[in-house]
Structure formats: structure tokens, C-alpha cells
Design a protein around this ligand. Structure first.
Ligand code: 28F
Length: 661
């Protein structure tokens, strides 16, 4: 068990005793009913698909975790019930207050579950909450649940109240007059009228619960899946450094030094506390996983900025004092962080989030908190371990040299293509005449001959064609500089016009649809996978924005005397044959298999694959909550081993989802 303490509040001690309760109902502030939540659920939980459904669960779990994070609870239990469509979350915290609110004259529990409230001040100390998109409260869950039962143990009694779609079904009842301990339990069944599916995904739930225990080293979560009859306990005393080990192992990479750098600071200012674990690895990228109060901040923010500042300055200062900096080599901040894997978890009161998905921390003070905590300690860490320090310095130098070399290579490529470079568009691009991104589409086509058919078959007004000839680099194993030096990838970047990496600007994107058009064979799938990997790693906002699509060219042409049909694959072909023969069993059907796109007549390609009125595109989507997993899946698939690649786009729908548009 970790021993944390803060100036501002008593925290549970090693014997597991919890803080006491000094709450009164008047602490709740602004109130509003729940109608808006049922009218526009997306505003509160992001959407009504799988992610939105699970958001309900995280909402309740986060409340229980908050109670634990603040030192009042030690144990959380999450149960998915047999039907897979309802869940119970229980904590052993103080129990949601049940006293009658002095102004509203209803029990606080009911007030909390039936109004959109802005939260309470609690006992005047700094209560850390998950905040951001989360923490909008159990009332949102209540509003969107067909059924919800809240059970509270408090003051030696057990209370219960039932709700449906946000409205109380019963009064607050006292179930038992002599109950031991305290805590809150919420059972809920998401409303099938609201969600497209109400089935929880037990693996997703288990993964996310485990992450929560990595981020709260003293937290135990028991997960029960009644459908499978399984029980798992998650508890990671090692906290973020154990998480770091897990990530590095899952990435299949190696660390360049034996011991991670770990800090855990409990008493910073205003009740803030901080845990960081990091190490440098051989992989050609950095990956920083940052969290605020246990909630992922995928777009980073001030805390991540502070970490980067501190790393740059500590490593540079170490390299300078030990004369490890080669003369004449230009070492950038990016070079210092290449191969870095870091987990940063900051706990603070009142975090402010910004950005479209509210996943970027905005509090100015967080930068100094984090950089102040890391800089000196990291330098000391390096100074105390010469072999580690030198290994990290060598990793930094390696990255700087590689970048210098590929910058030179990229320069020479640019010189050769100076004419097209002047126009800033690749020479091979057959652009469309419209300049309105909203209507423009870019087809990235494999091979020159297919590119030729596509050029002839397209609608010139709004469809542009970029043929790929050379090899597409596997972006998984390459650094940004290598990627920029790859001809095929840099052509794509130039055609899109929006830049890449940190500098990507969606506003400058020249096409709102980017469509991968590959042969329907394994080579085609391989190239599509490489391109998706590139977009995922270096142009991720395009995927998040839903701009990337996969075209579905047919593999078969079926001709009868009177009609023609196209089939996407063998299964589709068999289905069509059955359909066509439904009326006449002996109907003669001529079946032709296309060997590649290049074989197809431009007109056929237009009708089946290009024309918006008759084609079927798949949109590439990565589910939000799956980010860590997708990161690792791509590493596994695109790393050294090439065998499982095919699965990635064709089958693994839980990571990269393909939707019909
Ligand atoms: C299964 C999910 O939701 N646990 C919770 C508490 C405890 C308190 C509380 C929650 C007070 C003023 C809002 C108790 N005693 N698990 C949970 N445990 N909420 S939610 O208070 C809520 C507020 O505004 C609590 C004293 N203070 C707070």
C-alpha cells in the first residue's frame, strides 16, 4: 500500500481507516432538471453508440474512484449482470448523503440523481474529482437509464431509492436499521430507447478498470462478469511504474537502460500530487500517456508541456556537464524525446479542460508544477547512474544523427522534383478542378495502371487521383524524419496540404474525403494497412475527423442475359448467384474475376467504386476508449512480425471499425 499524505486533509492510514464525514446538504450549488440530457444525450456523453454506453459506466465508476482517491474508500466492485445490459458499481466510501436538503426539501441523494448540479464544496478541503467530460454526474446516468437503483449505507442504516429514466419510482426508503460500515451502490440498466446497443463489452470494461488501478496504486477493483461467471481483482501497488513496464512490454520494444525514472510527490501546492514514470526505449517515437485525476488527457496540455520542458532541460544539462554533446550536431527537443515512453498522472483540484473533446489540460499552473517536480530529480537521477545517463545520451545522439541524415536525403529528393515542388503539389497528382475542400475527394490508388483507369473513370470536377508507385514505408518502425523522406508518403502529405505531426492543421486540408483504393487482394490490404498505420501515427486528426475511407472495388462481375452485378468477395458472389437463381434454377451466369483494378474498364470502375451515388465506402474509425489498445495493436501488427497484418483492417472491428456510409 502506498503512503501518501497531504497537508490539507487526513488521508486513510496504513490500517485502512478512512476519513470522517463533515458534509451538509446545503453544499450543493446550481440545479437544473434532466430533460436536456434525454433530449440531447450526445452533449453529455459524447454519443449514443458503444462509447456513449460505456461512458455511463465510467461516470459511476469515476465517482467511486473519486471517493477512493480522496481517501474515503478502499474497495470498489463492478459487476456486469447476466443479461450483459445492466451493471452495479459499489464502493465502501461515506455513502452519498441522504439528509433532507434545507431548501429543496428532498433528500440530497435524490437531488444528486435528479438534477444537473455543479457539484459540492464538501467539507471545505480540496476534494479531487475526475472533472472534464467526466464527473458531469450520476444524474446523467440516471436520466439515460431505464432503471436505476441507488443503495446507500450510512449512519448505521441502509437506504434505497429506485428511478426510471431520471424520475423517482419510490421515495427514499430505509431498508435496514442496523447496518455495518458505509458506502454507495448503484445498479443501472441503460435505456434501450437511447442507445443503439445496450450490451457492455466485458473486455473493454476489464481493461479500463485495470488502467484505473495502475493510476491509483492503493485502489482495489473487483470485476465480476456474471455472463462468463468470472471474477478478476485489479490491484497494482506499483502504480504508474508498473503501468510503464506493461506498456513497454506490450509495445515489444526494449529499454535502453535498466531502471525507470520514477517520481511520486504528495505535497505540492494546493493539495496537488503527482506520479511519473518514464524510460527511453529503442522505438522510433515518443509516447507520453498523460492523465489528470485518473482521466486520460489525450491531447496533452500544460502538464505534458511541463514534463517535456523538464526532460529537455535536464537531459541537455546532463549532456553538457559531461561533455557528451558531439560538436556540430544539432540536437532538437524532439531528438531528446525520441524513444521516450512516459506515464504522467497529475492529481489536482479544479482541472480545466479545453479542445474539441475536452482532453487537453489548460491550467497554466500545471506546467510549473510538473516541470518543477521533474527537472532537478531527473538530472540527479542521471548523474547518479553514469551507465544509464550515457545510454540515454547515446539514444538522443542516435536520433539527432538519423534526423540530420534523412533531412539531407529529403532535400535531395526535393531538388530533383523542383518543378512540382514549386507548385507544392506532387507531379503524379491528377487534381480536380474544384477548390472547395468540402466537395473534393482524393483517391489514393495503388499502381500506375489502376491510377490510369481511375483517372479516366473519375469525375474531374471533384475527384482527384494520386497513384502510388514505390514502396510505402512502414511508419510503425520509422521516425518522423524517415517518414518525411519517403517519396510516396511525402506525396500524400503534399497533396493533402495540411502538414503532419504536431504541425497538422485540419483547416488546410484540401479534400474532406481521402479514399484508399486498393486491389481486393492481400497486397492491396497490406498497402492499405501501411497507409492506415501512417495516418494513425502521423496524421491522427484525419482519422478522428472521419476523413479517411476505404473504397470497395468489386472482385467479381456477374453477367446474365439481362443484367450485370458486382460482388465484393467470394461470399458476396455466392449470395448474388443464389439471388439471381431464385426464379430460374438453371439461369446461366457468366462470372469474371478481376485480377486487379488496372483490368477494370474506367466506366466499370466509375459505376462500382467511384460514383458517390452507387459506390459503398467504409469509413475508418478508431474508438476513443480503445486508444491505448489500438496503439499497442498497431505496434504488434506492424512491428517485425508481418503475419497478422491482414486482420487489422479486415476483421479487428473492435479496434479499427469500418462503417458503411
Ligand atoms: C457507486 C458509485 O457515487 N460514491 C460516492 C459519495 C460520497 C459523498 C458524496 C458521493 C455532497 C455535496 C455533492 C459523503 N459524505 N459511487 C459513488 N460517494 N457523493 S458519490 O457527496 C456528494 C455531494 O454535493 C459524500 C460527505 N460528503 C460527501
Amino acid at each position: 500500500m502506498s503512503t501518501r499524505s497531504t497537508k490539507t486533509k487526513p488521508r486513510k492510514n496504513a490500517s485502512g481507516r478512512k476519513r470522517t464525514n463533515g458534509y451538509t446538504g446545503k453544499d450543493i450549488q446550481v440545479l437544473e432538471g434532466l430533460d436536456p440530457v434525454r433530449k440531447r444525450p450526445g452533449m453529455y456523453i459524447g454519443g449514443t453508440g458503444k462509447a456513449g454506453l460505456h461512458h455511463l459506466l465510467w461516470e459511476i465508476v469515476d465517482n467511486a474512484v473519486d471517493e477512493a482517491t480522496n481517501g474515503y474508500a478502499t474497495q470498489i466492485e463492478v459487476t456486469l449482470h447476466k443479461d450483459g445490459q445492466s451493471a452495479t458499481v459499489t464502493d465502501n466510501g461515506r455513502g452519498i448523503p441522504v439528509d433532507v436538503h434545507p431548501k429543496k426539501k428532498i433528500p440530497t441523494l435524490q437531488l444528486i440523481l435528479t438534477t444537473l448540479h455543479s457539484g459540492g464544496k464538501f467539507d471545505g478541503s480540496n476534494y479531487i474529482t475526475s472533472g472534464g467530460l467526466h464527473g458531469v454526474g450520476s444524474s446523467v446516468v440516471n436520466a439515460l437509464s431505464e432503471e436505476l437503483v441507488a443503495t446507500v449505507r450510512r449512519d448505521g442504516k441502509t437506504f434505497e431509492q429506485r428511478y426510471s429514466r431520471g424520475k423517482p419510482k419510490t421515495k427514499l426508503k430505509t431498508l435496514r436499521k442496523s447496518s455495518r460500515g458505509s458506502g454507495t451502490s448503484i445498479f443501472f440498466r441503460p435505456d434501450a430507447e437511447i442507445f443503439s446497443s445496450v450490451k457492455f463489452d466485458p473486455e473493454l470494461v476489464a481493461d479500463q478498470l485495470e488502467v484505473k488501478t495502475f493510476l491509483n496504486g492503493s485502489l482495489r477493483i473487483l470485476f465480476k462478469d456474471e455472463a462468463r461467471g468470472t471474477k478478476q481483482e485489479f490491484y497494482h501497488e506499483g502504480g504508474v511504474s508498473e503501468y510503464l513496464d506493461r506498456i513497454v512490454a506490450a509495445d515489444g520494444t526494449r529499454s535502453v537502460h535498466p531502471e525507470p525514472f520514477v517520481i511520486k510527490q504528495d505535497e505540492i501546492v494546493d493539495g496537488a500530487r503527482l506520479e511519473i514514470a518514464l524510460r527511453w526505449t529503442e522505438k522510433p517515437r515518443e509516447s507520453i500517456l498523460s492523465f489528470v485525476n485518473g482521466i486520460p488527457t489525450r491531447d496533452g496540455g500544460t502538464h505534458e508541456g511541463g514534463l517535456k520542458d523538464a526532460i529537455r532541460s535536464a537531459v541537455r544539462s546532463y549532456m553538457d556537464t559531461h561533455s557528451l554533446m558531439p560538436k556540430g550536431l544539432d540536437v532538437s527537443a524532439d531528438d531528446v524525446r525520441e524513444g521516450l515512453v512516459a506515464v504522467l498522472n497529475l492529481f489536482m483540484v479544479d482541472p480545466q479542460f479545453q479542445g474539441q473533446t475536452k482532453e487537453k489540460l489548460n491550467n497554466v499552473g500545471a506546467r510549473a508544477i510538473v516541470s518543477g517536480a521533474v527537472r532537478l530529480d531527473l538530472e540527479k537521477f542521471l548523474n547518479a547512474r553514469p551507465t544509464t545517463g550515457e545510454a540515454i545520451a547515446a539514444r538522443v545522439i542516435q536520433s539527432a544523427r538519423a534526423r540530420a541524415a534523412s533531412r539531407a536525403a529529403a532535400k535531395s529528393v526535393r531538388r530533383k522534383t523542383s518543378l512540382s515542388h514549386r507548385l507544392n503539389l506532387p507531379g503524379k497528382l491528377a487534381d480536380c478542378s474544384s477548390t472547395d475542400p468540402e466537395e473534393c475527394e482524393l483517391f489514393i490508388v495503388e499502381g500506375d495502371s489502376a491510377g490510369g483507369s481511375a483517372k479516366q473513370g473519375r469525375n474531374r470536377k471533384f475527384q482527384a487521383i494520386l497513384p502510388l508507385r514505390g514502396k510505402v514505408l512502414n511508419a510503425e518502425q520509422a521516425s518522423l524524419s524517415k517518414v518525411s523522406a519517403n517519396k510516396e508518403l511525402s506525396n500524400i502529405v503534399q497533396a493533402l496540404g495540411c502538414g503532419l505531426g504536431d504541425k497538422l492543421n485540419l483547416a488546410r486540408l484540401r479534400y474532406r474525403k481521402v479514399i484508399l483504393l486498393m486491389d481486393a487482394d492481400s497486397d492491396g490490404h497490406h498497402i492499405a494497412t501501411l497507409l492506415l498505420t501512417f495516418f494513425f501515427r502521423y496524421m491522427r486528426p484525419l482519422i478522428d475527423e472521419g476523413v479517411i475511407y476505404i473504397a470497395q472495388p468489386p472482385l467479381y462481375r456477374l453477367d446474365t442475359k439481362s443484367e450485370t452485378a458486382w460482388a465484393l468477395d467470394d461470399k458476396h458472389r455466392d449470395k448474388l448467384v443464389k439471388q439471381l437463381r431464385r426464379k430460374r434454377k438453371d439461369l446461366k451466369i457468366d462470372i469474371q474475376r478481376f485480377k486487379g483494378l488496372g483490368e477494370m474498364m474506367p466506366k466499370t470502375l466509375n459505376e462500382t467504386t467511384l460514383d458517390p451515388s452507387s459506390r459503398q465506402l467504409l469509413r475508418v474509425v478508431v474508438r476513443d476508449r480503445d486508444r491505448l489498445k489500438t496503439d499497442q495493436t498497431i505496434s504488434q501488427l506492424m512491428g517485425k512480425d508481418s503475419a497478422p497484418r491482414f486482420d487489422f483492417i479486415m476483421q479487428n472491428a473492435s479496434h479499427v471499425e469500418e462503417l458503411d456510409v
